[in-house]
Design a protein around this ligand. Structure first.
Ligand code: NI
Length: 405
């Protein structure tokens, strides 16, 4: 038995209307300092440089994922009736805490720390005294179960990981709707209510009834459009390119005795040693932004210039990545005395609307047909079937300062 809060807590949310909390352990996790830290990390990295209202945080997204999971386990009859209370609380907490290890600036930061946010997340859940204490106080072994669901290691019931991360999971459903709302791009919208109504469980798989296929098609298209309109926007990638170059510069300067770190905030990050959790905790977007602001008056010309580009949105220009463009740009960088190690970047992205990998149940969307068979989505939908046959769309770019043109 898990303790309930004295009265149900509700938090207003523009995507879901309300987030409902009635388990004490969920409420305590929300009030923990690691969870509150997510207020200081934007959901979309550099996308706010393109969409000026894309300032929403990982805090809001995490609550949204929790709310979708909560609705799934309380409103979908097959889940409501088959999961135990402990499994329900475990998967709700996994939804709430799935991004707890996220560093600043979305995924751009992971290349600097060399660790994924999932790795940090599991460490925080297992090692942070406060969070670990909250979970273990509610139920012995809960911290391990929650971390296992997040890292796909939970073997006791495969449904729990499917709810959090599959092709049609609470995480993606929340971020698509939330990112569409906060960027103002209508493409990301889809019919969440219809999907929730048509989800069932068959053979230990989350499946969607055939009558929900149109809602799922709509979701696949929403996802595809959001990738090109928002997640892969070249201007956001330009911001992330400069960010990476700035950290590279700081790393290279560590061996330079004449350089004194102007801020001290990044010393641990760019140093040789692994970051401790405490050091990682302090690196949120507010401290980073403060450091960049100070670095604009720093001693190293390159670090200073890159910091001022980040602060003032003086971003790199971009062109298609072709051998001809690359050669020309590198020549111009040389003429302008720009060090290509810090002033030239490449970034290739590719996206296919839907790639069913049938050998891994988590990588496909399964449809429960009217006759009782379970079909993979591409076999049940003409639209999705034709999408899987199409070309993969690539977008390969080079980035460089616009002044050299
Ligand atoms: Ni997420």
């Amino acid at each position: 038995m898990f303790c309930k809060t004295e009265e149900e807590k509700v938090l207003r949310d523009p995507v879901h209307g309300y987030i409902h909390v009635d388990y004490q352990v969920v409420w305590d996790c929300i009030n923990s300092r690691w969870f509150q830290r997510l207020r200081r990390i934007r959901q979309l990295g550099g996308a706010y440089m393109v969409y000026h209202t894309a300032e929403h945080s990982r805090f809001g997204h995490s609550l949204g994922v929790y709310e979708i999971v909560r609705r799934m386990v309380t409103e979908i009859p097959d889940l409501k009736n088959s999961l135990s209370e402990k499994e329900k609380v475990t998967v709700m907490l996994a939804g709430l805490l799935h991004d707890i290890g996220h560093g600043p600036y979305s995924h751009a930061f992971e290349s600097v720390t060399k660790h994924s946010h999932e790795e940090y997340g599991c460490r925080i859940i297992r090692e942070d005294r406060e969070l670990y204490g909250i979970l273990e106080h509610a139920s012995r072994g809960l911290s391990n179960d929650v971390a296992d669901v997040i890292s796909h290691q939970y073997t006791k019931n495969p449904l729990l990981s499917q709810i959090i991360s599959g092709q049609l999971d609470a995480d993606r459903m929340d971020y698509l709707l939330r990112d569409a709302y906060f960027t103002g791009t209508k493409y990301g919208e889809f019919d969440l209510e219809r999907i929730l109504r048509t989800i069932h469980v068959a053979d230990n798989l989350l499946v969607v009834k055939q009558s929900g296929v149109q809602a799922v098609e709509n979701y696949i298209m929403a996802r595809y459009h959001m990738y090109w309109q928002v997640y892969y926007h070249p201007v956001a990638r330009s911001f992330e390119c400069i960010l990476n170059h700035e950290f590279k510069r700081l790393k290279d300067l560590q061996t330079d005795k004449n350089f004194m770190d102007d801020t001290g905030i990044f010393t641990a990050l760019v140093g040789e040693k692994e970051l401790s959790l405490e050091e990682y905790f302090r690196l949120d977007e507010q401290t980073c932004s403060y450091a960049f602001s100070l670095m604009q008056n720093g001693k190293d010309e390159i670090a200073k210039d890159l910091a001022s580009r980040l602060m003032n949105r003086h971003l790199f220009a971009y062109l298609d990545s072709t051998p001809k463009n690359t050669k020309e740009i590198k020549k111009k960088l040389k003429e302008g005395n720009y060090d290509p190690r810090y002033y030239f970047g490449t970034d290739d992205v590719a996206q296919r609307p839907y790639v069913p990998y049938k050998a891994d149940q988590n990588s496909a969307i399964w449809i429960l047909m009217n006759d009782g068979r379970i079909s993979e989505l591409a076999d049940a939908s003409v639209i999705v079937e034709s999408l899987t046959r199409g070309q993969i769309r690539n977008d390969n770019r080079i980035f460089f300062p616009s002044e050299i043109l």
